[in-house]
Ligand binder design. Structure first.
Ligand code: PHE
Length: 503
């Protein structure tokens, strides 16, 4: 049975506009800020390969499922699940899944906006020539001073959130398409110029081979970490699932899956458009940007003796060095951070849109009211990440509270207390909520929605393609997500809540 539903929010004008808008949502800080640092923290090539496998085996089929479900339901994720489940006489409680994924997007935006704010601040710095002729140490200390300044971070976080809300309150469709048409090619162009520049730095080969040399030992064994004790040669290397789980979580994150974003974008998609084709082109564009970003960043890491595993500051401490020493560096730096800001903005819009539409549909708010409420709430949660930047861990928070409440001498030796609020939100969302959301979406698309309806909505040319998609969402993706997620979770609990390092 063909669905004749229409979206109240209008439609994309065609498959190209959908491609551009969805690419804008997918390409963002995840590709340029997060991808290089998670590659660095997980040892390089083997992580990249694992991530690519997950993009194909889990990411693509779930991407297609989300767009398909959104287009079928034509409303917010919550209502779309409700409608499709009712259509197939299945439990309407599936609507809760739509609620859960929207909350994941909301939580991601809370810290995404803090990093987005840092990106704007860096565009301003690059424009004012702050990085010109700076040494690697100079660039690092600029970054550290910035991170230790919660007022400044909060101000930039506010700027980013206000801009996001202004765009969302006017409706996603107007403006977004035009922006990404220029933006994504320009961003890729600038990254390629940076790669050409780093090709002359001497360490290009080291940078490239770091990303492509496949050494599974680096992914699967961690030194002095509380991994699962399967292989414990002389007590220092332990087997760990963390890298694999991170690769899977990142595949979800970078493809904007498990947060309802692709469902809501799919809900504005015309029926004639081939979901499979656009999904593949979008995943390809996303991966390309991430790989090129890595090729621009890692050579700088090796040339200047920086640490690849330093974490979230990687992009802010590597690229400014290149901008500081190249011709027209200030101009290039400004352009780069501005483009990155726009890429972050087009993703931020997609992160908050499901919550906004949900408020519009369920609470009867106008788009402007819904955006304001969602924006304020998200801004408040973002304050946690602002303080995390200056190193406020759970332990510090507990000690302060204990001081207030006059509780003497509490012992906080579990490693969970070393984490910051940002790390906790990011891990809970990327390593738990996205995989769980993705798993349930696959189950819904593969088992709950009737094959008759999914076949009709996907409308693949060849029935063999449909069978492949079906096998992926029914068996392969859920099984992989389940096994990796459960192993990773057990390990996480062991590492942070059970294991106590000798102090
Ligand atoms: N995919 C975006 C990025 O890589 C992040 C994002 C996640 C955007 C989920 C929308 C929804 O930056």
């Amino acid at each position: 049975m063909t669905s004749e539903r229409v979206s109240h929010q209008g439609e994309w004008s065609g498959s190209l506009t959908f491609f551009l808008a969805a690419t804008g949502a997918v390409v963002g800080l995840g590709n340029i800020w997060k991808f290089p640092y998670v590659v660095g923290q997980n040892g390089g090539g083997a992580f990249v390969l694992t991530y690519l496998l997950f993009v194909v085996l889990i990411g693509l089929p779930i991407f297609m499922s989300e767009v398909m479900l959104g287009r079928r339901g034509r409303q917010s994720p919550y209502n779309s699940f409700y409608i499709i489940a009712s259509e197939d006489q299945k439990s309407r409680r599936w609507a809760w899944l739509g609620g859960m994924v929207s909350i994941s997007g909301f939580l991601i935006l809370s810290y995404y906006s803090v990093v987005g704010g840092e990106v704007i601040a860096y565009a301003v710095r690059a424009a004012s020539g702050t990085f010109t002729n700076q040494s690697a140490d100079g660039v690092k200390s600029i970054y550290n001073t910035f991170r230790d300044n919660p007022e400044a971070l909060l101000a930039w976080h506010t700027v980013f959130m206000v801009i996001t809300c202004l765009v969302v309150s006017r409706g996603v469709k107007h403006g977004l398409e035009k922006t990404v048409k220029i933006l994504i090619p320009a961003l890729l162009g600038l990254l390629l110029i940076l790669v050409a520049y780093t090709a002359y730095t001497g360490s290009f080969v080291n940078g490239a081979s770091y990303m492509f040399d496949i050494d599974f030992k680096k992914l699967l064994f961690a030194r002095n970490e509380a991994g699962i004790y399967i292989l414990d040669s002389n007590g220092s290397y332990r087997f760990t699932f963390k890298g694999i789980l991170t690769a899977m979580g990142h595949a979800f994150f970078t493809l904007s899956l498990g947060v309802g974003a692709m469902m809501i974008f799919g809900s504005y998609l015309k029926r004639e458009v081939s979901i499979a084709k656009v999904a593949m082109s979008i995943a390809f564009a996303d991966t390309l940007v991430a790989i090129v970003a890595g090729l621009a960043i890692f050579p700088i890491v090796f040339t200047y003796g920086l640490s690849a595993s330093q974490g979230p500051g990687l992009v802010f401490t590597t690229l400014p060095i290149a901008f500081g020493s190249m011709y027209f560096g200030s101009l290039m730096g400004t352009a780069f951070f501005l483009l990155l800001f726009f890429a972050a903005l087009t993703s931020a819009i997609a992160l908050i849109e499901p919550t906004v539409i949900w408020l519009v549909e369920r609470r009867g708010m106008t788009r402007v009211q819904a955006t304001a409420w969602a924006g304020i709430a998200c801004w408040l949660v973002g304050i946690i990440s602002v303080f995390s930047e200056s190193g406020v861990t759970l332990r510090r928070i507990f000690y302060v509270l204990a001081g207030f409440l006059d509780i003497p001498d509490i012992e906080l030796s579990h490693q969970i207390f070393d984490l910051t609020g940002f790390q906790i939100i990011d891990s809970v969302v990327t390593l738990v909520m996205l995989p769980v959301g993705g798993f349930l979406i696959a189950i819904f698309a593969g088992w709950i929605m009737s094959p008759q309806n999914s076949r009709d909505e996907l409308n693949l040319k060849n029935d063999l393609y449909y069978k492949i998609w079906q096998a992926l969402v029914r068996y392969i993706a859920p099984a992989l997500v389940f096994v990796i997620f459960v192993s990773g979770l057990i390990e996480w609990i062991y590492k942070y809540l059970v294991y106590q390092p000798v102090m």
